[in-house]
Design a protein around this ligand. Structure first.
Ligand code: SAH
Ligand code: SF4
Length: 447
């Protein structure tokens, strides 16, 4: 077999950082001659980047790893690597590797900078398990990995120091550290010069960018500089922590040309008692005040959020506070979760854990309210012309195209059938129908 016959299949679970990591790992595997395949059964190397934020994610990934055994039985030369957050959890890899002896390479997030070397050892037939304690690495792995892509994401910082009581992230991603602004700008310019039009800046709490490291450039300054990079059409950023969302940032959003009119601002819970127990660093009133500042200074900006139900000790009255906030703010989208016990976090040890059936019932009531609010928002788009950056064929129906508005609404529309590839183009779509999560319409004009 020649190098170019080797194929790599890569699957990412979890957040956008995990997806970004999977791009880097793919690119590093390509350095050894692997070519990407979308078909796991024809792969010589399968890599999985994992997530352990909730137990449900972990269970799903363990199931997926189990399924890969059949492929390994059929092709004993197949290499399987499991990487990332789940592997990084203290003591986890020992039990995982016992459960899944068909996996050849295990590596946690803190060893990604060693990935090429570890992969080479696995390719030479060694069983590799590598999980190191926290490192202070702050270099983007394979910064060129997304060169040529229409959509790209760039990590501006790593780790998190917030220690929300429920969250495993600080333990598996390490202490907060920001990348040098010039490095970030260099990477962004390179991506933009190579076709990137839609850029997402990544960090667990982008609003605290540079503060701990004493940079003169804060997040608002960085965003302003990135806004001026030629070629970029749309700029997004995740995630914003409400406690660090500055007026300066809101002003930059209002005044910028390419920063999209959307902010993901997780509130997690609408009760002050629960927010304090979560160690979030703000009250429900503080959150409302930040939303009011956004609406005042940048009224076009829409909001999405993350919410947890059933945090230990959450009463029906506390939960009502969450429903009230959802009713009042009017998020265009919400990611809603049942509290999941993560061992090693403070919340896992708290008394008054909420029974599963109560969590389920609260989640379904919350989703009912949010679905109604999302539908109301999207119904408000019916009859309007919206600017859409086309991404490609719709997943559900390849004869239709999909793209997003600057408010992160998914728009589906008929392919005009001109034979022209519209991916990467800005078009205007006249919205005709709305569902809770998408709108559909007809192509109006090409921009
Ligand atoms: N840094 C981001 C989010 C990281 S995790 C932030 O602070 O907003 C993504 C989301 O997963 C969180 O916003 C939270 O809503 C959810 N989450 C994290 N840990 C969880 C847990 N133990 N149980 C349920 N949901 C959790
Ligand atoms: Fe987790 Fe909180 Fe850090 Fe977000 S801010 S990653 S929820 S500890």
């Amino acid at each position: 077999m020649t190098d170019s016959d080797r194929k790599v299949f890569i699957q990412a679970f979890g957040c956008q950082m995990s997806v970004r990591d999977s791009d880097s790992l793919r690119s590093l595997a390509e350095d050894y001659g692997y070519v990407e395949t979308k078909e796991p059964s024809e792969a010589d190397l399968i890599l999985i980047t994992t997530c352990c934020v909730r137990e449900s994610a972990e269970r799903k990934i363990l199931g997926r790893i189990g399924e890969l055994k059949a492929l390994k039985d059929r092709n004993p030369d197949l290499l399987i690597g499991v990487c990332g957050c789940m592997v990084q959890q203290p003591d986890a890899v020992r039990s995982y590797s016992k459960r899944a002896p068909h996996v050849d390479l295990w590596t946690g997030t803190f060893d990604y900078d060693q990935f090429s070397h570890l992969l080479k050892r696995a390719m030479e037939g060694e069983k590799v398990i590598r999980v190191s304690p926290d490192t202070s690495g702050r270099t983007e792995l394979a910064p060129e990995a997304q060169k040529g892509s229409l959509k790209a994401s760039v990590s501006i910082m790593y780790g998190c120091d917030n220690y929300c009581a429920y969250c495993i992230v600080p333990y598996v991603r390490g202490r907060e550290r920001s990348r040098d602004p010039e490095d970030i700008l260099g990477q962004v310019r390179m991506l933009a010069a190579n076709g990137c039009r839609d850029l997402t800046l990544l960090g667990q709490n982008v609003n605290s960018y540079g503060i701990k490291d004493g940079f003169k450039t804060d997040f608002a300054d960085l965003l302003k500089e990135i806004d001026a990079v030629t070629g970029l059409e749309r700029i997004w950023f995740v995630t914003s922590h409400p406690k660090d969302l500055s007026d300066k940032l809101i002003r930059v959003m209002a005044e910028s040309h390419h920063v999209c009119e959307h902010i993901h601002l997780p509130f997690q819970a609408g009760s002050d008692q629960v927010l304090a127990a979560m160690n979030r660093g703000y009250t429900a009133r503080d959150y409302r005040e930040r939303v009011a500042a956004i609406r005042r200074e940048a009224p076009q900006v829409t909001l999405s959020t993350d919410i947890i139900v059933g945090f230990p000790g959450e009463t029906e009255e506390d939960f009502q506070g969450t429903l009230d906030l959802v009713e009042q703010v009017g998020f265009t989208q919400a990611f809603t979760f049942m509290f999941s016990k993560r061992s090693g976090t403070r919340a896992a040890e708290l008394p008054d854990q909420i029974p599963l059936e109560v969590k389920r019932e609260r989640l379904s009531r919350l989703m009912e309210v949010q679905n109604r609010k999302s539908l109301e928002w999207r119904q408000g788009l019916v009859g309007k012309d919206v600017e859409v950056l086309v991404e490609g064929p719709s997943k559900k129906d390849a004869r239709r195209l999909m793209g997003r508005t600057r408010g992160n609404d998914i728009v589906v529309f008929e392919d005009p059938g001109t034979g022209q590839d519209l991916a990467g183009q800005l078009v205007h779509v006249h919205v005709e129908k709305a569902k809770s999560w998408t709108v559909s319409g007809r192509l109006n004009t090409l921009s």
